[in-house]
Design a protein around this ligand. Sequence first.
Ligand code: ADP
Ligand code: PHD
Length: 421
Amino acid sequence: MQVYKFGGASIATPERMQALLPIIQYGGSPLVVVVSAYGKTTNALEAIVASALEGKREEALQKIEALEAAHNTYAASLLSPKGFEELQPRLNEYYTEMHWAIDDAGLQSNDYVYDQVVCIGEILSTSIFSAYLNEQGMTNQWIDARDIIRTNEIYRDPVVDFEFSKAQVQKTMAPALAKHNIVVTQGFIGSTADNNSTTLGREGSDYSAALFAAMLPAVSVSIWKDVEGLLNADPKLFPNTVKIEEITYHEVIEMAYYGAQVIHPKTIKPLQNANIPLYVKCFLDSGLKGTVIKNTTDTFVYPPLIVLKKDQILLQITSRDFSFITEDNLSNLYNIFYGQHVKINLIQNAAISLVVCVDNRVDKIQSLVQELEKDYKVLKNDDVQLLTVRHYTPSILEELTKGRVILLEQKTRNTVQVVVK
Ligand SMILES: Nc1ncnc2c1ncn2[C@@H]1O[C@H](COP(=O)(O)OP(=O)(O)O)[C@@H](O)[C@H]1O
Ligand SMILES: N[C@@H](CC(=O)OP(=O)(O)O)C(=O)O
């Protein structure tokens, strides 16, 4: 039993979806196919939510109409006229779900509304994918991941109830696999005990694939990307990247944690716990070997692993009464960050101040700063970047920071992190 995860890029166009057929056909079976929304659908859904939350209902409806038309065109170009006609009522149901969800704007929390709308991207893409595979003779069972992945009610950043979800996997997914050999389901989404939809965090489909794999359990997970495997840096940001053949879970968890946008940070833990290898493969050329991420006792010499996290903000937080930033202040400050759901990417403290680097999330920073300012003075340094290099050498660090202003630097034996402007 294997799990394949196809991200938005791999199904960005109907032609790309078509090209996945041989990958699935020769992938071995049974196979769980975990799929994201196609292309940039999630961004489009976020824009719908933003309009609805700003009270611009007409604008939101226009954007929904465009999204519906795009999905209809996508489906119609893959399916026979009969197949499309059969699928249309189902797509319409999901479009209606979206309409209802935006009507909750202002009545329910913003994060709740976001999840009810944004989850539809994956529901639509998988419905089309499943129908297309069926038409092509690859009989499969479509499963709504919201019937399986149970989460708590922290919308947009929920905690998954692993044991409950695992029982659901055994009850519904395992028998469906035994019957059809192929199950098509969604990444990124789950639901609460009250059947409200939740999303697991942007780019969370990798995490879903890992959860399904650990719960079944599967022998491996393959995530299909537009790159030849895991590289030592993002090729869109750095020239001369090198592909990594094999790498430990630990190294990848560090890379993902520091912000490498190739694998969702939560993906590794369920796989490592169940000792399931993760392959990063290229959907543009499935013959390429890719990268394997697993437990190993081998010791590798890695190239410098570089992660650049853009759109960061540096906050300098100073006690108003000149009290030292020691345990009592620190625990108070950590509680504030925790309460505001803001993750600290880098932290350094001095006598009466603390400097933290966090993602510049407009929706969160304002209320965080308001809360902090009750007891502390806060200075902001906008538009900074966080550069992390594992297995660094002095020369690579010099090369990467040339011409940049270094605002903060932290080094351990293996890792260097700098906040640069
Ligand atoms: N270390 C890395 N190795 C490979 N790709 C990386 C790395 N860091 C960032 N990326 C980026 O990840 C992209 C693939 O991931 P992504 O676009 O999220 O795929 P998906 O379709 O699954 O969402 C690549 O095009 C590349 O720009
Ligand atoms: N569609 C969601 C979940 C996801 O993981 O997508 P992708 O696999 O395309 O990164 C997002 O864009 O965040």
